[in-house]
Write a protein that binds this ligand. Sequence first.
Ligand code: MN
Length: 294
Amino acid sequence: MKDTRESQPSFLGENASEENARVFIIPVCYERTTTWRRGTGKAPLRILQSSVELDDIDVCTGKDVSPFVHTCTIVKPADIAALTTSLSQIIGSANGLPLVVGGEHSVTVAAAGAFSHLGIKPGSVVVFDAHMDAYADYGGRRDSHANVVYNLVREWHDVPLFLAGVRTWSAAERTFVEAHPQIHVWYSDGPCSWAEAASNSLQLLHPPVFISIDLDVLNPSTLPWVSNPVPGGLDVSQLLAWVRRIFYRFQVCYVDVVEYSPPLEEKTSTDLTVAFILKQIIGSYLSCPNFQNP
Ligand SMILES: [Mn+2]
């Protein structure tokens, strides 16, 4: 079905009906607490616009993903509470995988609140991030991009959380993480390779899995346009291979991709990079053994 919304393109330029869709892209233009490079609020539109240029085929499976993807109307919430309400309604009526496209990382906390509101608790959480995001208080705030893991632990205190790709942290964050044995960290500059870490993560997870991907987990040489880039980190293939392994092993209840902060120059290759990542995530979902083709 061709999309008729003039101001907002749909992912890949097609828009499956809500009835036929199995993946629901939820674009969230939310940016309130960014502390260094601004721009995440513009990311959803840039990603959707560039996605129209992509081929519809998932390269690993050969599967055409577009007939299964519905792009919801862009959400522009005033605050996290309003976003929680909106996501509760959208996720509650979506018959398939919710795929939130941010926006800053604090949208993940709103999604967690929406799941709790709907009475759904994940079996485990995976956060891909260069940072720990484990501040109780950051610049006088408790709802910022740097409080995400702290707030996820508050929301689901007994749910295992695997934090992947960390390569910078504060003493306070490290203390918080060490005080919570349900948090497992893979330090990307440590002795353990990403492939070993991915295998280890699979041993710790339980379905359904709630996945948050802060794009700063990627090496800035791959994706420099994030709010808070950190040297080192994964490349796109490594991230996607890890995510695909989770999909193949477990039911996944939620994914978000956040913190892209596009440059002012339009039509940059990184717009396509992020759209490509989304397409491959969708392909992983649609081709995994847990997916039932309608
Ligand atoms: Mn981060």
